[in-house]
Design a protein around this ligand. Sequence first.
Ligand SMILES: [Fe+2]
Ligand SMILES: [Fe+2]
Length: 336
Amino acid sequence: MYTQAMDTMARESGAKLEKVLSPDEQRLQERFDARIDAGDFIEAKDWMPENYRKTLLRQISQHAHSEIVGMLPEGNWIGRAPTLKRKAILLAKVQDEGGHGLYLYAAAETLGQSRDEMLGALHSGKAKYSSIFNYPTLTWADIGVIGWLVDGAAIMNQVPICRCSYAPYARAMIRICREESFHQRQGYDSLLVMMQNGTPAQKAMVQDAVDRWWWPCLMMFGPPDDQSPNSAQGMRWGIKRVSNDTLRQKFVDATVQQAQVLGVTLPDPDLKWNEARGQHDFGTIDWDEFWRVVGGDGPVNRERLGARVKAWDDGAWVREAALAHARRQQTKKEAA
Ligand SMILES: [Fe+2]
Ligand SMILES: [Fe+2]
């Protein structure tokens, strides 16, 4: 599990700790380590190592960015939903994602960065969000597949974070996971209706969406464990509880049967049950594509970030009005 890079990092931070920490800080560090080992939760007011704070801040803010950027591809389809029922469901789902962003920004703020700073980093392209949202939503079936597979993969990733050692993050995740399970089910249900009662063209549309989303969804779990140098430190700190490859395998195993019930084929000729392992084998993921999309060169990276910045700019008057209202209330209160 420990790669060369991780060993180097551990040695460097070890050396730095010896040099920089005062005896008091050493004691705090030891107490912190013991609490993590005992499975304790860390609260915002507690002492924590600087790298733990920075790692969490990066992870939680990226997670928050993913929630609000994820609203964009689905928001595009609210006005084009095929029935009133599907429109109401999609509207509720997209609103949930906005709420997830808010819980997570609030959790990240407890680590000492303002929401404006985090959004500034997102809008300037400095901060990342999940690469899955750099793929386009071409048809209505994409919306069902996002619910089934993207939210399904998100649940697999996020359930272990409900036990994250940083309590404000863990608390936010408990509520988020409940809502994600509705997202997954509404997506699957909308696909099931098309596959059971739809026309041949609608069934083909579902299969086409599955073909395009399957591999990017497997990439959502991150690079393979042996190429994921920060994972070990995340595990040590109780931020990460389950490895990328383990979560990916669980997702594949859970999804195969759902695909059978749905009547779609997962686009992987190497996907088959391995009796000896008691798990499915699956084909090789195109990690070049993964790094290309993470690096900013995915199908719709520029368009997505552009839409996000435009939404922020277009909302300026709302923020100004809310501030003006708050100032007037304050003046009234002081005058009373
Ligand atoms: Fe969400
Ligand atoms: Fe969701």
